[in-house]
Every structure is written in C-alpha cells, then in structure tokens.
Design a protein around this ligand. Structure first.
Ligand code: NI
Length: 248
C-alpha cells in the first residue's frame, strides 16, 4: 500500500486498523560513475514497497533529498541544509500525526541523514512537551533505521561482496538499484578498481580526495541478481523490525 496511490477514504479506513506508517528517506547525490544519483532514495523505497505490498502496511512518499552538501562537487547532487531538513521532517511528522498516525517508522538509505533525522525527532517531541496548555493530540513515536544495518543485512552484503563493498557507492546499494531498474545497469570499468578511503569535510574537500565520487568501493561487481537477494533479505528484516516497533 502506498500513500500516494491511496484515496482519503482508504487512508481513513487504514487508520481504524493501524496507526503505523513506513516512510522511506534518502538522498539525491552522486554515487560514483556507475551508480545512480537517486541510489539512497531508491534502496529504502523499493524495499519498503515490498513490505507494504506483502503485509498491507502503508508506505509514505519517499523523502528523497537529504543532507548531501559534501557531494555537491559532482553534477546532479541536491541537498537540504540540516536546518531545512529538520523543519521538513517535522512538518511531515505533524501532518501525519494530525490524522492519527502515532507510529512513524523512517526507513533510511543515507548515513549522512542520521544525525539530522534524530534532531528532527527531538524537535517534534519538544514541540509537544512545550505546548501550553498540555497537548491534546496523542503522543507520537518515531524511529529511524538504516536499511544496511538491519539484522542479517550486513552479513548478506559481506557474503555477496567480500571485498570492496565500501562506504559510499557500495556494491550492495548499487546492486539494489540495478535490481529495481535493470535497464539502468552501467557496465564501464573503474580505475582504481577499489576506491580510496578516508574522511571529508565540505564539497571541495570531498572531490579532491575522492575524484570519481566513490569511497572504498568497487561497485562494478554489483549485479541484478545480488540486488534481488538483498531486497528479499532486507524486506524480511524490515518487516521483523517494524513489527517489533509497533508492538511497543
Ligand atoms: Ni548511498
């Protein structure tokens, strides 16, 4: 079930049996010469949709531009400032809360979003705590999970790509996007095969240190077949974790 493909009476009916929603959140940023700009948004989106379809869980629209200032040295990257993103996530949460959604599970595809998502949650909780007179709306609860950190997913990534999975433009995330969009597979060779690793600050610093955009990865080993396996394993892990979240 997708929010964007539902009517309002269908959402009203959904709310009589569930107060929970999964919201994919990612980024619009370069993923090396062979990875799609939308990789970090596509991965959580396609995995969440599997769970949404199999288990009749409502999947929200993908929050698809995140904190990616360090990738702005590469054409196509878009970013939000952390302060803008906090404000936007806050408004997404409060919009859903108004209708009675009280369990918001944000399913993240970009490590660079993590701190800002947590700051946005703090903003939502503070807004309710500071309300005078005390809030009448029911309390909402939010969580955020990185898809590659769910139980058993990391092990599957390592099994599929024992060398050069990397930290950015990973073989695993690129494989997931190729499985989602098989007509978008890129096949060119990359030099060096495994990209360098290291830290970064701003966009100029990043591009100087990682000239083709990758960090530590060899995404040329990504295949549709590996991506299909990762989508299946991660969708199962997401469903299990989501059930734990709503049970509390
Ligand atoms: Ni990524």
């Amino acid at each position: 079930m997708q929010l964007a493909l539902s009517t309002w009476p269908e959402v009203e009916s959904y709310l009589t049996r569930s107060k929970a929603i999964i919201i994919p959140i990612g980024s619009m940023e370069q993923h090396g010469p062979t990875g799609l700009i939308g990789t970090d948004a596509i991965c959580p989106e396609v995995i969440a949709r599997v769970v949404g379809d199999e288990h009749e869980v409502l999947i929200g629209p993908t929050f698809n531009v995140g904190c990616a200032q360090h990738h702005l040295g590469f054409p196509g990257t878009m970013t939000l400032r952390p302060s803008t993103m906090i404000a936007a996530i806050h408004d997404w949460c409060i919009s859903l809360a108004r209708h009675g959604f009280t369990q918001l599970y944000w399913f993240n595809g970009h490590g660079g979003n993590t701190a800002t998502i947590q700051a946005a949650f703090a903003e939502v909780y503070a807004g309710r705590s500071l309300e005078t007179p005390p809030a009448k709306q029911p309390a909402i609860r939010m969580t955020s999970r990185n898809w590659w950190e769910l139980p058993s997913v990391m092990a599957k990534c390592k099994e599929l790509h024992p060398q050069g999975d990397g930290m950015h433009a990973t073989a695993s995330e690129v494989a997931v996007t190729y499985a989602a969009y098989p007509d978008q597979v890129r096949t060119q060779k990359l030099e060096p095969r495994i990209a360098p690793i290291g830290g970064f600050t701003d966009a100029d610093h990043y591009r100087a240190n990682f000239p083709d955009g990758r960090i530590g990865s060899d995404p040329t080993q990504a295949t549709v077949k590996a991506g299909e396996q990762l989508i299946e394993v991660t969708a199962n892990a997401l469903w299990a974790d989501f059930q734990r979240f709503i049970a509390h």
